[in-house]
Design a protein around this ligand. Structure first.
Ligand SMILES: Nc1ncnc2c1ncn2[C@@H]1O[C@H](COP(=O)(O)OP(=O)(O)O)[C@@H](O)[C@H]1O
Ligand SMILES: CC(C)(COP(=O)(O)O)[C@@H](O)C(=O)NCCC(=O)O
Ligand SMILES: [K+]
Length: 259
């Protein structure tokens, strides 16, 4: 079997969920999200999440990137595991504490859509990550994501309730507490995305802007309700990034170190 037709799994450990991609060579065959594990990873678990695809009996190669160190003991016993670190990322000017999920997402988006590229990741945190045409990190920004913003008001105030995310845009000028919270959070996030996107396009008018993460579709729907052209939503860029790193050279990926 050649490197091109070997099955393997890419895993991004985010702060809310695990993001799994099943590959044959460089082709992404399936992807899905699961909650964090609460027991060590087993072959059985992998066969459950990819039932049709995972036919080989031996440990399927697992390429893991993580922004959640506390999950690491759950992977310690899985034999065929490689970890991606910032050293593996072929982008310039990365700083030491830069999030590996941000690096992989913008690498994947740039590979797929071209550099320069701006990625907006609406996950647990909402991040902006911009890379220029020379594959240098220009920089970005980090703020609490939609769910974290909603939860923080409930946690840090006496009177504010837990509020869910609506499918449609809330009223901007609310006359009711829950609607007021939705309005404040959603419209300021949309305004922030618009501001960062415009600033980025001033610097790099030819750049693509890619929206990803668990709240990406919802934010796109909000934009479309306002009849404003939304950034393109692509949930697979993180896997494009993992495949790009694996494709460059499997020996680049840190072999010894446990995650
Ligand atoms: N089934 C789900 N479980 C958890 N969060 C979800 C789900 N579907 C959508 N989301 C949204 O995804 C966001 C988290 O994004 P995600 O990309 O999964 O985060 P991370 O990469 O940080 O783990 C939350 O704000 C939440 O609103
Ligand atoms: C900003 C993040 C928390 C986003 O994580 P996520 O919401 O995708 O789970 C993560 O990329 C991270 O821990 N970054 C380190 C700090 C930085 O990127 O500068
Ligand atoms: K993410």
């Amino acid at each position: 079997m050649t490197e091109q037709d070997t099955d393997w799994i890419g895993l991004m450990i985010g702060n809310s969920r695990l993001h799994w991609g099943y590959f044959c060579g460089q082709t992404l065959l399936a992807c899905l999200d699961t909650p964090h594990l609460n027991e060590p990873l087993s072959n059985e678990f992998l066969r459950q999440i990819f039932p049709k695809l995972l036919t080989n009996k031996c440990n399927c190669a697992l390429i893991v990137a993580s922004v959640v160190p506390s999950q690491k003991e759950l992977w310690a016993n899985y034999g065929n595991l490689r970890r991606i670190t910032l050293k593996d990322i072929p982008l310039l000017d990365l700083y030491p504490t830069f999030g590996i999920d941000r690096a992989l997402a913008v690498l994947g988006a740039g590979k797929k859509y071209g550099f320069p590229c701006l990625v907006i990741d609406a996950g647990t945190a909402l991040t902006f990550t911009g890379v220029d045409g020379d594959k240098k990190l220009v920089g970005g920004a980090i703020l609490p994501g939609l769910k974290v913003q909603l939860a923080s008001l409930r946690e840090r105030t006496a009177a504010l309730p837990e509020v869910s995310l609506p499918e449609r845009l809330p009223q901007m000028w609310a006359k009711e507490t829950a609607e007021g919270i939705r309005s404040g959070i959603i419209y300021t996030i949309l305004a922030g995305i618009e501001k960062f996107s415009l600033e980025w396009l001033n610097l790099y008018p030819e750049s693509r802007i890619i929206l990803t993460g668990g709240d990406g579709d919802l934010i796109r729907d909000y934009w479309q309700e306002k009849a404003i052209k939304s950034p393109l939503v692509d949930k697979t860029i993180i896997f494009e990034g993992i495949a790009a790193v694996k494709g460059i050279s499997s020996c680049l990926i840190d072999k010894g170190e446990p995650i």
